[in-house]
Design a protein around this ligand. Sequence first.
Ligand code: NAG
Ligand code: NAG
Ligand code: NAG
Length: 257
Amino acid sequence: MKLVRLPLLCLLLFCATQAFNVTIYSTPEVNSDDVIEAELNETVSLVCQLGGGHDPQEGEELVWLRNEAVVRLQDGNKEGHSSVCITPITYEDNAATFTCHLKKNATTSASVTLNVTYGPQLSGSEQVLVEEEAELHLQCDIQANPPVSTVTWMQNGNQVDLEAGGFMVTNDGFKSQLSANKVARHFHEGTYQCLANSPAYGIFSKLFFVTLTDKTIKFPMMPMIAGLVVVGLTMLLAIIARWKTITKCFKSLSLKD
Ligand SMILES: *[C@@H]1O[C@H](CO)[C@@H](O)[C@H](O)[C@H]1NC(C)=O
Ligand SMILES: *[C@@H]1O[C@H](CO)[C@@H](O)[C@H](O)[C@H]1NC(C)=O
Ligand SMILES: *[C@@H]1O[C@H](CO)[C@@H](O)[C@H](O)[C@H]1NC(C)=O
């Protein structure tokens, strides 16, 4: 674990006043707002140092919290000096706050917050099959920190013509979706692309190869069942009405035999 600002640390340890205090040192460094900027998959090391005219002795334990949860520390990593390592940094670490305090007195504490920066998860391509006259939905994950500044949808190399194609674009900050009702082969088949511009990481994009398939004829099940029931009932009624003549018939037949 790398100790940063070692001279300052010594100063704090040997020349400070009597009040206890804890200080967090980190790699990468903490900025003036107690925020650590880190990228996805990186490692962040935090060191909490007890200082302030204190003679480090057993019992002066330090505690680390991640948000409200206590971080489990190994023995020997608690007295007067304690380090934690966050590796790799994940999406869940964004905005997480790490607090170090004296076990005996939680008001003697220091905190840092992580700002995990990342671009949108957009790459590669996808094959999309859609039936003629059905709905088309294409979706791009645009979540990023800092947020993307623009999202553009392209169709065969040109910006999508929303009106002409009956397209609709929705964007909730997490996903951008391009949709169209009742697609027609001559208009909607082709190559689509969504482009998201991240102010920190540049342009990200994903391709969609949209193929239209023939419309399949779907049997309307409910009317069909209703029709069969009506036919069945009519036949039954007809049989009942004729029952007498039919039985008579059988009787006369058996008489003949
Ligand atoms: C982070 O690591 C994962 C797993 O190794 C990898 O799939 C992903 O592309 C990495 N992301 C970045 C931004 O480096
Ligand atoms: C806890 O620490 C604060 C700030 O350092 C101090 O003002 C207070 O007196 C301490 N409380 C106890 C019980 O030591
Ligand atoms: C996190 O860092 C990014 C990139 O520097 C910045 O735009 C954003 O405002 C920061 N967010 C917070 C909460 O500090």
